[in-house]
Design a protein around this ligand. Structure first.
Ligand SMILES: [Zn+2]
Length: 239
């Protein structure tokens, strides 16, 4: 412990058990006895201002969470290395059989900002990791707020597309048993914009008619599927 830092975490741990836990004891007992059955895999940025439970009004047992810098999805086709996010996706889809995967980016994202700058010296893992968002970056040297927001949104679509390279994800999306949702959370407004492939972009939740589609909505017919895929590619490619 740094000497001048009060150990308030210990106090908080004790308070949790004495003050907060008793009211939830039976709920946790049930979650232990029956096991967890979350319906949603939530892939979110590690940013401390993004609080998935607050946004979604969920509690214990409802979200299978994986968070990382940027809310990025690594390629499935990796023959070596340790990929915690990839492992979480496989577990959530194959073992927990979730019916939704949310990829949630946000405003003022440091990871997205870093695509236009430099990472701290010695952060070789971070530098490598950020490559997962590289394709979303726009060809500008000094991005303003609007370019950053668009990059944040494009990065979300990029990760959704990479999710579709996971065979177990693609299979279930195409079978209509798994939905992919791309979200962009605007911290200062408390508003989530959801990616709607048919509208060709992000729509504020207040005006959306679903929690987000795509990039590949389970198709009513082949023509619609092709149109949806084309629209997703268009959004992702748009500078
Ligand atoms: Zn972030």
């Amino acid at each position: 412990m740094p000497e001048d830092l009060p150990d308030d975490l210990l106090q908080r741990l004790r308070r949790f058990q004495t003050d907060a836990f008793p009211a939830q004891r039976s709920h946790f007992r049930l979650l232990v006895d029956d096991g967890q059955h979350p319906l949603t895999l939530f892939i979110g940025c590690s940013d401390s201002r993004l609080v998935p439970y607050l946004l979604t009004g969920t509690g214990p047992g409802e979200l299978f969470l994986v968070r990382n810098v940027g809310a990025f999805v690594p390629p499935h086709d990796q023959s070596q290395g340790f990929h915690g996010t990839a492992a979480a996706i496989e577990f959530a889809v194959l073992s927990l059989k979730v019916s939704r995967i949310v990829v949630c980016g946000h405003s003022h994202c440091g990871a997205i900002r870093a695509l236009y700058g430099e990472v701290p010296a010695g952060a070789k893992n971070l530098a490598q990791w950020l490559e997962l968002g590289r394709e979303a970056a726009l060809p500008v040297a000094e991005p303003g707020p609007e370019a950053l927001r668009r990059t944040e949104q494009r990065a979300v679509v990029l990760q959704l597309e990479r999710l579709m390279d996971y065979p177990m994800v693609r299979q279930r999306v195409e079978a209509g048993t798994l939905a992919l949702h791309g979200w962009h959370y605007v911290i200062e407004d408390g508003e989530v914009h959801v990616f709607d492939v048919q509208k060709g972009g992000f729509v504020p939740a207040a005006q959306a008619d679903n929690a987000g589609t795509g990039p590949y909505l389970p198709p009513p017919d082949d023509g619609a599927a092709a149109a949806a895929a084309a629209a997703a590619a268009d959004v992702a490619a748009r500078p």
